[in-house]
Ligand binder design. Structure first.
Ligand SMILES: C[S@@+](CC[C@H](N)C(=O)[O-])C[C@H]1O[C@@H](n2cnc3c(N)ncnc32)[C@H](O)[C@@H]1O
Length: 234
């Protein structure tokens, strides 16, 4: 399968997975005591994104349901562009922004895969990119990283969330096949581009100063093996 098809298929997957049905929307609207902090997949991510609170103009790239954009706005950011490739995803992002009363400064829109190439240099003073760079093919990931660095102002921060690393040996021991040694497919859909902390660090350090590499877990996970990078534009 070529990379174009792999990336198209994974966007279709996420656009379906992140759709909120009319019934679920109706149900969610019944809650009056929602706390936006619960949207973040972990407290470490919540805190990292909240650190962007002084920013004027933030990009949440591959926003999904836009937890990052919502947290950033609640932390004080003036304006956030929350972009993704799926129509339903953007509908969900807008729904969450409304649900959590974070519509002021919230600018969610569907983009195509070329959009980031067209954004002007130094447009943003903060970036959030959570669980995107390691769910796409490596060529796309590298192109996104290059562009994120280009559109971020010098000295500004990017908060990057990544899944865990699964080595080839570990995958084999679990009966999982990693294609080309680092790509995990589930039902034909790319779900993980598995690079080690060192490999990601080597890529990021071509464009950014690595301020922090931390590890976190989603609720219920016993080990903190997901990666949180805080990067500063060189
Ligand atoms: C695992 S979800 C993460 C969503 C959200 N950022 C979060 O942390 O919950 C991956 C997201 O990346 C988006 N995506 C996939 N390929 C992309 C690309 N080339 N450019 C931007 N977003 C992409 C998907 O549509 C999906 O919303």
């Amino acid at each position: 399968m070529d990379n174009k098809k792999i990336n198209e298929d994974l966007v279709k997957f996420w656009d379906t997975a992140l759709t909120i049905s009319a019934e679920d929307k109706e149900e969610a609207l019944k809650y009056t005591d929602l706390d936006y902090k619960e949207l973040a997949p972990s407290v470490k991510l919540l805190n990292a994104v909240s650190e962007l609170g002084q920013c004027e103009n933030v990009l949440d790239y591959g926003c999904g349901t836009a937890w990052g954009a919502i947290v950033a706005l609640k932390a004080g950011v003036k304006k956030v562009d929350a972009v993704d490739l799926g129509e339903n995803i953007i509908d969900s992002a807008k729904f969450y922004a409304k649900l959590y009363n974070a519509e002021k400064g919230f600018n969610a829109f569907k983009v195509d895969e070329n959009w980031l190439n067209e954004v002007k240099d130094d447009t943003y003073d903060g970036i959030i990119c959570s669980n995107v760079l390691d769910v796409v093919t490596e060529d796309i990931s590298l192109s996104i990283i290059n562009n994120l660095s280009r559109v971020l102002k010098k000295g500004s921060l990017a908060v990057i969330g990544l899944n865990f690393y699964m080595s080839e040996e570990k995958a084999k021991a679990r009966g999982i096949e990693l294609v080309d040694g680092n790509k995990l497919f589930q039902n034909g859909v790319l779900r993980l581009l598995s690079l080690s902390d060192e490999e990601w660090s080597n890529i990021f350090s071509q464009y950014f100063n690595i301020i922090k590499l931390d590890h976190f877990a989603w609720e219920g996970e016993p080990v903190e093996s997901r990666r949180l990078f805080i990067l500063e534009k060189q």
